[in-house]
Design a protein around this ligand. Structure first.
Ligand SMILES: [Fe+2]
Length: 406
């Protein structure tokens, strides 16, 4: 069970307002107005972690980066190469994980089970869907947490890992708040020294194969559109330059892509039957510019739906293969955030699903050929470190082709 999720008492508070609200509640002051959710206050361990994070931030200069307009290959000596040819089965096979960065036994068990499947399936690439380093992201670009929560557990899965930022990777005073996106720059910097971790920028694309792509991945940063708290740095405002540039880049990149299959990867889901809910009403919030994810919903609907075949997301610690619908324009939402944590065992919403699981750890394998796109969902028994294939979904017509013939 995941018992460390912190939900703010109301939408779009600053971190300091949230902390003050917690202090007032603890002191017996009248509660602040809420949207009906039961607030979960920050505990002592959280505050301690936040204070240390704040101290580290005080000496870290703000790094505003120019966005990537195309994939750039890492310059890291010895970096694992991207696959340029399909495997022996005629497919590009990709391991999909999410919310993995705890460093706990469950992460190591899922990775160990996945390692065996990766060998059998001829995996050439892996994806990490955010919350890569719990609870507050790394403290520097060479934090030992990169070893304990990524390199060691994934040793033997020796392929490039397309990494995206999660709310825990970009938190300020409160773990998971998403209130300090600049901390994500440390994960971009780490990519320059890792053979596995691929994150040339905070958002980027990777076509496979590079010369004549069959599939293209579009990695996005969903955090400033869906943080639990209001962004204080104008650069990262929901309508500030960073998010405007990212949205414009994604629009252009999807339009320009020559790949048969297009896959958007980002931490927060568009649709979700798990407890966090869907973009536009995350965690029961339907007001404000941040906590509800209303602007991420708008971006998914106007830029991604009907153009990408898949949205791969984490955030909810569940495994869900939802069905494409008219609402999604034929795009399929997949949630794969159970690679270290699990959820409460039940569906909270009723979006049509091909298969879903709310109680087990697990991962998925995406297999792409010219003829079809296949998603295999595995659950993992942590005690024995073994994976079981639970479900397989196949689709044969890319969204773009279906729309062209409609
Ligand atoms: Fe998350």
């Amino acid at each position: 069970m995941c018992d460390d999720e912190l939900i703010p008492p109301q939408a779009d508070m600053t971190e300091r307002e949230w902390l003050r609200a917690g202090s007032d509640a603890a002191a017996g002051a009248p509660p602040m107005p809420t949207t009906g959710r039961v607030p979960q206050w920050v505990n002592r361990r959280t505050l301690l972690g936040g204070a240390m994070a704040g101290a580290a931030l005080a000496v870290l200069p703000s790094q505003a980066q120019s966005p990537a307009s195309a994939a750039t290959r890492p310059g890291t000596p010895g970096a694992f190469p991207f696959p340029e040819h399909p495997n022996g089965k005629g497919e590009f096979a990709v391991l999909v994980t999410g919310d993995a960065g705890t460093g706990d036994e469950a992460q190591y068990a899922v990775a160990a089970a996945a390692r065996d499947v990766c060998r059998a399936e001829g995996i050439g690439l892996a994806v990490g869907l955010g919350d890569n380093i719990y609870e507050n992201g790394p403290e520097s670009a060479d934090d030992s947490e990169f070893q304990d929560k990524f390199e060691r557990p994934n040793n033997g899965i020796d392929v490039p890992w397309l990494m995206v930022l999660g709310n825990h990777d970009c938190s300020g005073l409160i773990p998971g708040s998403g209130g300090d996106p600049s901390r994500g720059d440390r994960e971009v910097a780490y990519a320059k020294t890792s053979k596995r971790w691929y994150m040339p920028n905070r958002y980027y694309s990777v076509p496979l194969p590079a010369a004549d792509p069959l599939v293209e991945f579009f990695a996005i940063d969903t955090i400033p559109w869906s943080s639990y708290v209001a962004q204080l740095d104008p650069y990262y405002h929901w309508d500030g330059p960073y998010m405007r540039e990212q949205r414009s880049w994604l629009d252009r990149a999807l339009k320009a892509s020559r790949a048969r299959w297009k896959v958007v990867i980002g931490h927060h889901p568009y649709l979700n039957n798990g407890k966090h809910g869907s973009a536009g009403s995350y965690d029961g919030f339907e007001i404000g510019n941040y906590t509800s994810g209303v602007h991420l919903k708008d971006m998914y609907e106007k830029v991604v739906c009907g153009r990408a075949d898949l949205i791969l997301s984490g955030h909810d610690h569940t495994l869900q293969i939802l069905e494409p619908t008219a609402r999604t324009g034929g795009t399929r939402q997949v949630v794969c955030g159970a690679s270290a944590k699990t959820e409460d065992g039940k569906a909270h919403f009723g979006h049509p699903a091909a298969w879903q699981n709310f109680s087990d750890n697990g991962f998925m394998v995406l297999k792409v050929s010219g003829a079809r796109l296949t998603i295999d969902a595995y659950t993992v028994d942590v005690a024995t470190r073994t994976a079981t294939l639970r479900h397989r979904t196949r689709q044969t017509t890319p969204v773009a082709a279906a729309r062209a013939h409609a």
